[in-house]
Design a protein around this ligand. Structure first.
Ligand code: ADE
Length: 224
């Protein structure tokens, strides 16, 4: 998979891709992530990429021309499956969206700032709009990092234990069951006996029951 991220703050997006699982996925050649600074695509003085909104009102709007130039330059190189715009009024990211996006080959992610982008960008270039939750970030970059993390870890070969993404919370609309590791007893707190029994069919059943129990208690909306 190749991900091209268009941003005015590439430095904000560096570290998530320089550590842990995302770093390894890049090193293994499973994903390529490229940052494109929108300011490299403007001819205006001071590398201006935003302007006042028509009709008046507070807040700047990102202009169409630098975004068009950047997206067009990328599209000349290859075809893209999706051009995604990170915005609080997009579809709320969930595991289902992440699963389907993990199958894509080439993706552009545009990070918004200020009052957002000129509507004509959304009308003409954007194929999917994604929010990471009902709150407003100061820009789309942190949302893009969250989106990339959730997609990339699902690509086969990225996680060392290939099955572990399948048993994640939300993977079948259930929260994950509780997990334990050594010691079997700590300051009087014991690990459930069943997990030490070696009876794997029974352990599996216990985990399923706990997953339902937890979901019913904490996120009953998922069971509807
Ligand atoms: N940009 C600003 N707020 C956002 C959000 N909640 N999700 C994605 N991008 C955003």
């Amino acid at each position: 998979m190749r991900i091209d991220i268009i941003t005015v703050l590439p430095e904000l997006l560096k570290s998530p891709f320089e550590a842990s699982i995302l770093k390894r996925a890049i090193e293994k050649g499973i994903v390529e992530v490229h940052m494109h600074n929108l300011r490299d695509y403007t001819n205006l003085s001071y590398n201006q990429i935003d302007d006042y909104q028509f009709g008046g009102g507070a807040g700047m709007v990102m202009m169409i021309e630098p975004i068009d130039k950047c997206i067009s330059a990328l599209k000349e190189q290859r075809d893209y499956d999706e051009v995604i715009y990170m915005t609080p009024d997009g579809a709320t990211l969930n595991q289902k969206i992440a699963n389907s996006m993990s199958l894509l080959e080439n993706v552009i992610i545009l990070c918004g700032h200020y009052k957002g982008v000129d509507q004509r960008v959304r009308d003409a270039f954007i194929t999917k709009e994604i929010s990471i939750g009902d709150y407003v970030l100061s820009g789309g970059e942190l949302g893009a990092a969250v989106l990339c993390d959730t997609i990339i870890r699902l690509i086969p070969g990225v996680l060392s234990n290939e099955t572990s993404a399948l048993t994640d919370t939300f993977q079948d609309d259930l929260l994950a069951p509780p997990v334990y590791t050594r010691p079997a007893e700590y300051k009087g707190m014991k690990v459930p006996e069943i997990l030490l029994s070696g009876n794997f069919p029974k352990i599996e059943k216990w985990r399923e029951d706990k997953a339902y129990e937890r979901t019913e208690k904490l996120r009953p909306d998922l069971l509807k």
